[in-house]
Write a protein that binds this ligand. Structure first.
Ligand code: FAD
Ligand code: EPU
Length: 338
């Protein structure tokens, strides 16, 4: 197995940040990983797993070993007339996996089309878009302990999924390499077009009875119209989470800003659209040392002109401060800061 030294991580993160790590190793199977963990350089180093690098911000060189997970393979491991259980290797590209499920007539993941990155990272923050989160279709995953290689299985409940959250961002942070993920998908047609923009897009496309492929295409169109393509402009999608606030704070803000974008939750709290809050602070397009707030979507920070990770982090501090000063709302970062 090849362990590279002093590797530049620019091609491995969608912010296009140029930083180095001491060691870098690509693994393509669980067996590869088991042979890696007896290596002295591995044992004595800090460890970081990456897939597509589309939800990380490197703020400095990584003092340790980066393990690039490239475990592949997609298989139906169980099925009946209603459901199929599909297992995908953590290194499979997420969007290509979604397209594979659509091709096989398996329903559930179509709203999650075009999310960058790999299957293995999808449970990390319970990826979501357009009314669906993976927890709705996730069955279980295999994870290898980073210290001894022991394999465990985590069920849906054990992953403790929440909005952009899982046990792997909290109690079990930096403890496992996720190797395989299993989803339980429907064989009977079941489309979720409750998210208004999908229906609008389908209408524009002239489609009245959509298929899963149509929904996927509509989602792709919406995403392409708002979100910057990391190949053209470095970014990691939404930089912040949409904040949850109390009914009291919501009412207070609404009084002063009747156009507030807010969604009621079951617990009397509200989720606010962070993009709207940031836009109201006149920060759309705001630039700081080459890092900028995206002009089309204020929730996305971009590496516009050779910024460093620290520049992006400083910009995020500035955005957090501005939003807090204006609305009394604390924004939390979604992206993993390294
Ligand atoms: P990475 O960035 O490589 O890793 C993310 C985290 O997971 C890191 O902490 C890493 O250490 C850990 N990790 C990765 N793989 C493994 C593994 N196999 N085992 C253990 N730990 C691992 N996210 C959404 O939820 N919804 C969206 O709509 C969305 N849109 C986006 C749009 C754009 C343009 C971009 C750039 C990003 C978007 N994202 C979105 C964020 C991102 O695509 C997802 O979080 C994705 O799941 C990250 O996958 P990745 O393989 O790139 O993870
Ligand atoms: N808005 C503004 N100004 C902006 C951006 C948004 O006013 O600059 C308003 C929009 O007009 C809309 C509302 O905010 O009324 C919500 O905007 P949008 O539909 O674009 O979604 P979002 O809340 O900004 C979330 C996710 C995305 C996901 C989309 C679609 C989070 C943090 N982000 O964005 O996920 O793709 O919904 O479901 O929840 C990601 O996590 O990286 C990501 C891109």
């Amino acid at each position: 197995m090849l362990i590279e030294h002093n590797k530049n991580l620019k091609p491995y993160n969608t912010f296009n940040i140029s930083v180095h790590c001491n060691y870098f190793c690509k693994i393509t199977s669980e067996e590869d990983f088991i042979s890696l963990i007896i290596n002295e350089n591995y044992k004595n180093s800090n460890k970081l797993i990456i897939g597509g690098g589309s939800n990380v911000l490197f703020t400095k060189d990584f003092n340790g070993i980066v393990i690039h997970n490239q475990i592949k393979g997609i298989n139906i491991i169980e099925e009946n007339e209603n459901f199929a259980i599909v297992q995908a290797g953590a290194g499979e590209n997420w969007h290509e996996f979604v397209l594979w499920t659509i091709e096989k007539g398996l329903y559930g993941l179509e709203n999650l089309s075009l999310i960058p990155g790999c299957v293995g990272a999808s449970p990390m923050q319970n990826i979501g878009a357009y009314g669906v989160e993976i927890k709705d279709y996730f069955l279980s995953l295999d994870a290898l302990n980073l210290l001894n290689g022991n394999k465990s299985t985590f069920t849906n409940a054990q992953c403790k999924f929440g909005y952009r959250e899982s046990i792997f961002k909290k109690e079990e942070k930096n403890k496992y390499l996720i190797s395989n993920v299993r989803f339980k998908l429907n064989k009977q047609v079941q489309l979720n077009t409750t998210y208004g923009a999908i229906n609008d897009e389908l209408k524009l496309m002239g489609i009245t009875t959509p298929t899963a492929k149509d929904v996927s295409n509509a989602v792709i169109k919406i995403r392409q119209s708002k979100l910057p393509n990391p190949k053209e402009l470095g970014n990691a999608g939404s930089f912040f989470k949409n904040p949850e606030v109390s009914g009291e704070l919501h009412d207070k803000i609404l009084k002063e800003y009747p156009k507030l974008v807010a969604y009621p939750l079951n617990n009397n709290n509200y989720k606010l659209a962070a993009g709207w809050l940031i836009e109201q602070c006149d920060l759309k397009g705001y630039e700081l040392n080459g890092a900028a707030v995206h002009v089309k979507q204020a929730l996305v920070l971009v590496n516009k002109n050779n910024s460093t990770g620290k520049d992006v982090l400083n910009l995020s501090d500035y955005v957090i401060q501005k939003v807090f000063n204006k609305f009394g709302v604390n924004l939390e970062r979604e992206v993993n800061i390294i």
